[in-house]
Design a binder for this molecule. Sequence first.
Ligand SMILES: [Zn+2]
Length: 267
Amino acid sequence: MRANPVTRWLIARRIRQHRIGDALWRRIVDDSDLFDGLDAAARARVRTMAARFIAEKKFFGARGFCIDDTVRAAIAAQACRLVVNLGFDSLDACRTVIVYEEGFVAQREVEDEDGIVHTGHEELAGEAAQGGAVVLAWDDAIPRRNEPAYFPTNVVIHEFAHKLDELSGHLNGLPPLPDGMSDGRWPKTFSAAYAELCDMVERDLEPPIDDYAASDPAEFFAVAVETFFTGPDILADGFPQVYALLTELFREDPLDARRPATGTGDS
Ligand SMILES: [Zn+2]
């Protein structure tokens, strides 16, 4: 639905007021591999959406962490990169971003095979509970380039993939799908891939993507999306049908964009 003229005027004003400065924008784009395959028009869209993100989402620093322009812009730019072809409304499930300076400890309850619940603590780089804020550790969320030796990761993409998933009303790895994708291919393909990964993990075989994806279907989706944007060749090799569905969902093919002849944008 198209916003009315007053709303559009207000949004345009917010974007002007919170525009990311040239030097900071260039630093974010240069420091992260997320933007490599985007052309100039797509990068400009991300920059505009990020300004709106900074204007409309609330940022809080946890444990005294100081939220400055760099923190706001870097998180906003990476979150908006995820949905650059879907539109700003795709971030509607996130209203608040809480940022710790570094990894934070969360209490966890785990039920064992005998039904006994164990309480423990886990250090996290990010968290996105249903209906809650996106929580990030800044030292993991800083724009950066992935080392080839490891599974590529991006905690901002991962947590905002959960928020995209949540738009359907459930955190279950089934986000709202565009017209033409509601034909049953998504649940069938994702369930089969998730079962395959769980089976590999159970049999101690080397998984094609980070085995954290075997935690549950929502984590499978978030890790698949993270890998789609940060190491598309890995996902395309490991789970080609999942990769193909994500190209439809996100309306882009990161593998294509990484081929040398394209990706000419430099704004
Ligand atoms: Zn997750």
